[in-house]
Design a protein around this ligand. Structure first.
Ligand code: UGA
Length: 358
């Protein structure tokens, strides 16, 4: 199978390459301005890598040729870090919508299958969050179902929604080209994939505020308190990157089942509040380092406005219905949160906290 991957050098792309290049039947052509996470694959004869963005006019000529020749295009390119959504929303919207549109058009022109990475953020906030407390008892008001749940976002000055809204528009464009031109598509809505190489550590290999796992890791490794935004009551479900990549592989191998569907890819059994995640991570770090003092590592709360700046608003809860992925792909994630954290935090610890070449 010939696969084009746009944004192949990021967290998801690097794990997808690990998986697909392990199988001789895959030939992959990828674009990314960064190669740090995929250096181990650059010499693989079944992988052609372009160290550039895919949307420049020069690159688009090559991308068009690759789209014409391939069986499937997987688009992973995006700016998908919440600290960017309210601080550089123009870039965020461009990356998820305008930069993606030429690729959607090419796939429509050649009727090539487009696997379009979207986000669980397209659901926005749950209906339950707008109702009096206690309404989380009713799954109809909080469970996220691909083909039923309304997509609910806040006002435009709450720029947190810039990303969610751009991704939703991209989903609608994909669907519109399917309806009007017969574009075969699959939309993937990831729900908090965790794993090694997920994010940078501030002041080590990146700047700004990464996602929560790297924020908590950075704090643990530097002896700073873990910071809970607005008390850490937001809830997330966590799924292992390895199981998430397995879901993508199953899509590629079951085109009849996977095409023309949107899929939630997440693990509903691994739900935590951010306060619970902080506690679990400090205890896991105590195990990894053998230093029991981390069991009581300080945790503080900070207002969202101070942590992210104005315009941040949070998704309250993301509980996916994964029945469709189970039914059509035969996919059921089983890795528990403690298992995922142990693997991921150990990898971060080895990459950043262990002195080199001991
Ligand atoms: C992000 C992206 O926006 C999604 O598109 C993406 O699908 C998702 O990550 C993902 O990894 O799948 P979010 O879950 O809000 O969404 O990202 P995080 O930055 O990891 O934040 C999670 C929660 O932790 C939020 O409530 C945030 O306020 C909180 N947080 C973050 C803290 O309490 N402390 C921190 O130090 C950092």
């Amino acid at each position: 199978m010939r696969v084009v991957i746009l944004g192949c050098g990021g967290f998801v792309g690097s794990h997808l390459l690990d998986n697909l290049l392990g199988d001789e039947s895959y030939l992959i052509e990828g674009w990314d301005p960064e190669d740090r996470k995929i250096r181990g694959h650059l010499d693989n004869p079944r992988f052609t890598f372009h160290r550039s963005v895919a949307n420049s006019p020069e690159a688009l000529v090559e991308v068009e040729r690759a789209v014409r020749e391939c069986d499937v295009v997987i688009n992973l390119a995006a700016i998908c870090n919440p600290s960017d959504y309210n601080t550089r929303p123009v870039s965020v919207i461009h990356a998820s919508l305008f930069d993606v549109y030429p690729v959607i058009q090419l796939c429509a022109k050649y009727r090539r299958w487009l696997v379009s990475f979207s986000t669980s953020e397209v659901y926005g906030r749950t209906l339950a969050s707008y109702l009096p407390a206690g309404t989380y008892d009713d799954p109809d008001l909080y469970e996220l179902r691909e083909d039923e749940t309304p997509l609910v976002m806040g006002p435009i000055q709450n720029q947190r929604w810039s990303y969610a809204c751009a991704k939703q528009m991209a989903e609608r464009l994909v669907y519109a080209h399917h309806a009007e031109d017969g574009l075969p598509f699959t939309i993937v809505r990831p729900l908090n994939f965790f794993g090694p190489r997920m994010d940078y550590i501030p002041s080590r290999d990146g700047d700004g505020v990464p996602r929560v796992l790297a924020c908590f890791m950075a704090a643990l490794m530097s002896g700073q308190p873990l910071q809970l935004v607005d008390g850490g009551q937001a809830r997330r479900t966590i799924v292992s990157i390895h199981e998430a990549v397995d879901a993508i592989r199953r899509m590629l191998e079951r085109p009849a089942a996977a095409q023309n569907q949107a899929f939630n890819i997440g693990n509903p059994h691994n739900e935590v509040t951010m306060a619970e995640l902080a506690d679990l991570m400090r205890r896991t770090y105590a195990k990894i380092t053998g230093d029991r003092r981390f069991d009581d590592h300080p945790i503080v709360t900070v207002p969202a406005e101070r942590f992210y700046g104005p315009g941040y608003e949070d998704c309250d809860r993301r509980m996916p219905d994964i029945g469709k992925a189970q039914r059509l792909l035969g996919w059921t994630p089983t890795m528990t949160l403690p298992e995922i954290l142990l693997e991921t935090m150990r990898a971060y610890h080895e990459a950043y906290a262990v002195p080199e070449a001991v």
